[in-house]
Design a protein around this ligand. Structure first.
Ligand code: 5GP
Length: 206
């Protein structure tokens, strides 16, 4: 293996787009990616297990983790905290393994600040495209509705600017396949491979 450090992949996107479904389907297939289990203060849902789906924490415990700087990012989403543990991510990347985060958009923006070299994947609903068509082609909606839809669609599209890849979640299998292709492409990137080759050669000369 030439590459030394692992690559951090971040899957994010608007709420309700199906990030969790795509992530679960991805990890059901064999993958070398390591999923970073998030911390949350929300109640476990039926069938969810502590340390598997999430690390379930009380608000006090979570706030302590924030205070101790143990999270790469955290966000409040529908009244609960969610956050990414720093130690697991850093240690796993240092071991040369790829880490995969599935988080909401505010958190992803914060990760971008600290890990600009991460690979950011934005999952969008297929209806966004339909929505655009509707906004542009129909003439039947009230001006107010068109305006609201346009501004919602614009906000979602503007969020894409912070990402490296966009995957349309039209079908789960196809979205998973696209994510796998992104992972493969990133490993083939010239600068990543060339850099490691050069380092290996330099080390040999010393
Ligand atoms: P749920 O409660 O449905 O499992 O997740 C709610 C939202 O929180 C989803 O959009 C999910 O991607 C996001 N989420 C899960 N873990 C994290 C995390 O560690 N940080 C952030 N910022 N969002 C997260």
């Amino acid at each position: 293996m030439i590459e030394e450090k692992g690559i951090l992949f971040i899957l994010s996107g608007p709420s309700g787009v199906g990030k969790g479904t795509v992530r679960k389907a991805l990890f059901e297939q064999s993958t070398d990616l390591k999923y970073s289990i998030s911390m949350t203060t929300r109640e476990p849902r039926e069938g969810e297990r502590d340390g598997v789906d999430y690390f379930f924490k009380t608000r006090e415990e979570f706030e302590k983790l924030i205070g101790e700087g143990q999270l790469i990012e955290h966000a409040e989403y529908v009244g609960n905290y969610y956050g990414t543990p720093k130690q697991y991510v850093q240690q796993t990347l240092d071991e040369g393994k790829d880490v995969f985060l599935e988080i909401e958009v505010q958190g992803a923006l914060k990760v971008r600040e600290n890990f600009p070299e991460g690979v950011f994947i934005f999952l969008i609903p297929p209806s966004l495209e339909e929505l655009k068509d509707r906004i542009v082609n129909r003439g039947t909606e009230t001006e107010e509705k068109v305006k609201n839809r346009l501004s919602a669609a614009k906000e979602e599209i503007e969020m894409m600017d912070a990402y490296d890849y966009v995957v349309v979640n039209d079908q789960v299998d196809s979205a998973v396949h696209k994510v796998q292709s992104i992972v493969l492409s990133e490993h083939c990137k010239r600068e990543r491979v060339a850099h490691e080759y050069k380092k290996a050669l330099e080390a040999d000369q010393s």
